[in-house]
Design a protein around this ligand. Structure first.
Ligand code: NAD
Length: 338
């Protein structure tokens, strides 16, 4: 697989390393700040081109990887649908549901594969829990929660686009908590109702939320909580807690740290202690799940199947984020078509 990268900022370096490790070729890149893109190209051995259009048309590129802010995804996707390049975008899929919907429709009409990076689905912990829940090892799921009590500094928010509605689509939930939103939906199923409360700019000078708490009702009847924050110094390892009629499981950071199930049998749980978490440092995250997700995306292209985190899956996560935000704005419960 040969990859073209648009946006050579912080996360793109993890992408380049992961591509190298799995034997994908980094063919071309661009950035609106040319010196940044040129340095990136020199470091990882690809070609720097001046515009994102050139990346989408590049003859040596099989798929385009979009690592810019979430208000810039549909523009390259529309061109990729014409040039027949597959496309993977960083989370969140978009800043609003209308754009996300148009992206899915355009990719489908163009016959290209659309994937959304949500690498924690590929952690050993979440992969194990997905299989174990499918095998009913936790029984019927009663409650599925996510707690993302993180901290980001004033410097992190010093660029005006950070935490803005227009460019980032919101604050702590859409940018940080969306990984856990995605995993909750994958493990516990769709959500049918949400009630939420937020604090806008509680600690930081941002227009969106840096503290939000939501109460969920899943379509299955289970209940749950999502708490997301970037205002809680010094930042704590995020947790996912799943409780069923047969027992409980906890993921802390990227590791399974509790598996308490009576009379359990089957695949041994990958219990571990040394967790990796972006609790206070956005880049303190592991490479392995990126490698697995990129392999999955390449396999999806080769075989014509959907990637594990398809455009539709990215849409579901954004849909729940949007419902939480609407509930906060309107001060009432929001129903979803689950
Ligand atoms: N999956 C994860 O764990 C994870 C972690 C961090 C960031 N992210 C996501 O990755 C995305 C990028 O975040 P980041 O922290 O790398 O941001 P960043 O600001 O460090 O990098 C973005 C880069 O894109 C460039 N850019 C902006 N618009 C462009 C355009 N039209 N054409 C070409 N280049 C353009 C910017 O100059 C910048 O270099 C965001 O959606 C963020 O949520 C994901």
């Amino acid at each position: 697989m040969r990859v073209g990268i648009i946006g050579t900022g912080a996360i793109s370096h993890k992408h380049a390393e992961a591509y190298h490790n799995i034997g994908y070729e980094f063919a071309a890149c661009t950035d609106v700040i040319p010196s940044k893109g040129e340095e990136f190209a020199a470091k990882y051995g690809g070609e720097f081109v001046r515009t994102w259009e050139e990346v989408c048309r590049h003859p040596r590129v099989d798929f385009v990887d979009v690592c810019t802010f979430p208000d810039f995804r549909i523009q390259p996707l529309e061109l990729c649908a014409q040039t027949k390049k597959h496309i993977q975008v960083q989370k969140p899929i978009a800043t609003n549901l209308e754009t996300a919907h148009a992206m899915i429709k355009t990719a489908r009409a163009g016959g290209i594969v659309l994937g959304v990076v949500s690498q924690h689905r590929f952690d050993d912990s979440s992969q194990f829990l997905k299989r174990a829940i499918g095998q009913q090892r936790l029984g019927k799921i009663l409650q599925a929660d996510a707690y993302v009590k993180w901290y980001r500094s004033a410097e992190y928010y010093s660029r005006p686009i950070k935490g803005s509605w227009a460019t980032e689509g919101g604050g702590a939930l859409i940018n940080q908590g969306i990984h856990q939103v995605d995993i909750l939906l994958w493990l516990a199923g769709r959500v049918s109702q949400v009630y939420a409360e937020w604090q806008l700019g509680a600690l930081h000078k941002i227009e969106s939320e840096d503290v939000v708490s939501a109460l969920l009702r899943y379509a299955s009847g289970a209940t749950g909580v999502i708490q997301a924050s970037t205002a809680f110094w010094p930042g704590y390892t995020e947790r996912l807690e799943i409780h069923g009629t047969k027992g409980s499981a906890v993921i802390s950071g990227d590791k399974l740290t509790a598996w308490d199930v009576e009379n359990d049998s089957g695949e041994p749980p990958p219990l571990a202690r040394d967790v990796a978490s972006g609790a206070s440092d956005p880049m303190a995250i592991s490479l392995a799940p990126f490698e697995r997700q990129f392999r999955d995306f390449g396999d999806a292209i080769r075989t014509g199947r959907a990637p594990l985190v398809s455009g539709e899956e990215g849409y579901y996560a954004l849909e729940l984020v949007d419902a939480v935000y609407r509930s906060c704005r309107e001060g009432q419960k929001v129903r979803l078509n689950a």
